[in-house]
Ligand binder design. Structure first.
Ligand code: NAD
Length: 441
């Protein structure tokens, strides 16, 4: 990758013109209130509820938000979460009771994926604005129910696609918007989950299709959302293949949980949760209530999702994408490339690897018959490439961003999930699936 002229993101965008003049979002485009503090509640008080949508909100946005309720099916976990978040509001195991007693105006949904839709619909029907973690839903029936509820109530849903807000992903969007590589005709997108992060999905509820919709929905919905947004297009048709090649039944031995496992000294996937005091308190010490083991065995026979997936997606603008997701890789990161009529944009992102890597992200723009430029982006050392902080700041009115960084809505939530749902259906039915077969938009 030599002989490329180095250029910063700012310089590239300035010379590329089109994006530099983009209008800005109003300073308060999200769900912060102009009229005093909004009454805020969370359903699903696991790690994401506490560490992304709990404690940081108390620390940074208490001027616009007031925590009024927490809800989780596990009463012990909700109590641990309340202490970790640092609030005094009541905690419930019954969602309706929380709505009745606490009257939230804004709800954050951070439960197990399969249950997002029921809480979104209930909240919308009670006039509450909703933020939900991805994936918005895990199947087409849930998707239709959420879209219908939003329409009938004329409320707002924000789907918290934090990946969009990482500076590297904004840079990719802006290079495409600049028109430097012309109309995109096709894209290659490969995401690599390593044997630590990838394996983690097989330790817990994600391993069951009925809970996560499989990684084609749970994880890939992030990637499908990025691609829909980068291309500014909707998915139209998906053809996919997938298999379970490493985890689950593929193991030569198995147990139920890592703690006390007879294979602990020989299993490379052994995970010692006792070394993490927060997880021990939030999960292990609460597991007598619901049997949720955060350190479950990755080789359990009941794993019914895939660890090796590929899909071909056709988009409404005529572009195609060759996509793959592998969950047992020796390193973590991705490659994405866009082939345009006037050039090619190539990106290699390194998130974790067993070698020293100077740069997190390599971005190259090559013009056909022309020069190659290397675009550098800032590298924030914080959650999800800086996406977590910037997303929260945008929602609660702390930063101004260009119009193409607007908050993802229910359509974005639906289109990303539907790509994964279509891929899953395609694997099952061994045929291409049209998105229009799945829901009425
Ligand atoms: N955007 C991101 O980068 C990102 C990162 C991590 C997780 N997530 C999403 O956040 C959500 C939570 O993930 P997590 O890692 O915290 O999971 P988790 O398992 O740690 O927490 C889920 C919580 O939901 C509770 N729960 C389960 N069923 C419930 C029900 N029917 N009603 C109410 N509560 C219920 C569990 O008791 C648990 O406390 C998931 O949807 C996940 O996809 C997003």
């Amino acid at each position: 990758m030599s002989n490329a002229t180095p250029v910063t993101r700012r310089e590239f965008i300035k010379t590329a013109g089109a994006v530099a003049g983009a209008s800005m979002l109003p300073i308060n485009p999200g769900l912060a209130s102009d009229a005093g503090r909004r009454r805020y509640a969370i359903v699903g008080t696991g790690d994401r509820g506490v560490t992304m949508w709990g404690r940081p909100l108390v620390e940074r946005y208490s001027d616009v938000l007031e925590f009024v309720g927490l809800c989780d099916i596990n009463s012990k976990r909700a109590a641990v979460a309340r202490e970790a978040i640092g609030v005094q509001c009541p905690a419930f195991t019954n969602f309706d009771e929380m709505l009745d007693k606490c009257k939230p105006q804004l709800l954050m949904v951070t439960t197990v994926d399969a249950f997002h839709s029921q809480y979104i619909v209930k909240a919308l029907d009670r006039g509450v604005d909703v933020m939900t973690e991805k994936p918005m839903v895990i199947d087409e029936r849930q998707c239709q129910a959420v879209l219908d509820a939003e329409k009938r109530n004329q409320r707002k849903i924000v789907v918290t696609f934090n990946y969009r807000y990482a500076p590297k992903h904004q840079t990719i969007k802006e290079i495409l918007l600049s028109g430097e590589i012309g109309r995109v005709t096709s894209a290659d997108f490969s995401w690599y989950l390593d044997v630590s992060h990838g394996a983690d999905y097989f330790r817990r509820w994600h391993r069951l299709r009925a809970r996560s919709g499989s990684l084609l929905v749970h994880k890939a919905s992030h990637h499908f959302d990025l691609m829909n947004w980068w291309l500014a297009a909707d998915p139209v048709e998906v053809m996919a293949q997938a298999g379970l090649k490493v985890y689950g039944k593929n193991g030569s031995f198995r147990s139920t949980v890592c703690r006390g496992c007879p294979h602990r000294s020989s299993c490379s996937f052994f995970y010692d949760i006792t070394k993490n005091p927060f997880r021990t308190k939030l999960y292990s010490e609460c597991e007598d209530v619901d049997g949720y083991h955060r350190d479950g065995c990755v080789f359990r026979e009941d794993v019914d999702i895939f660890d090796t997936m590929s899909a071909l997606v056709t988009y409404s603008n005529g572009a195609t994408m060759a996509y793959s997701l592998n969950a047992a890789m020796p390193f973590e990161g991705y490659r994405v490339a866009f082939n345009g009529e006037k050039g090619r944009l190539e990106v290699r992102d390194y998130e974790r690897q067993p070698w020293v890597q100077e740069e997190e992200t390599e971005i190259y723009v090559t013009r056909s018959f022309g020069k190659r430029q290397k675009v550098s982006v800032p590298k924030p050392p914080v959650g999800h490439g800086g996406g977590d902080d910037r997303l929260r700041d945008l929602i609660f009115g702390r930063i101004e961003l260009p119009i193409h960084m607007r908050l993802p809505d229910s359509r974005a939530g639906a289109m990303s999930c539907l790509t994964g749902i279509a891929a899953r259906n395609s694997v099952d039915q061994k045929r291409p699936i049209k998105i229009s077969e799945l829901v009425r938009l």
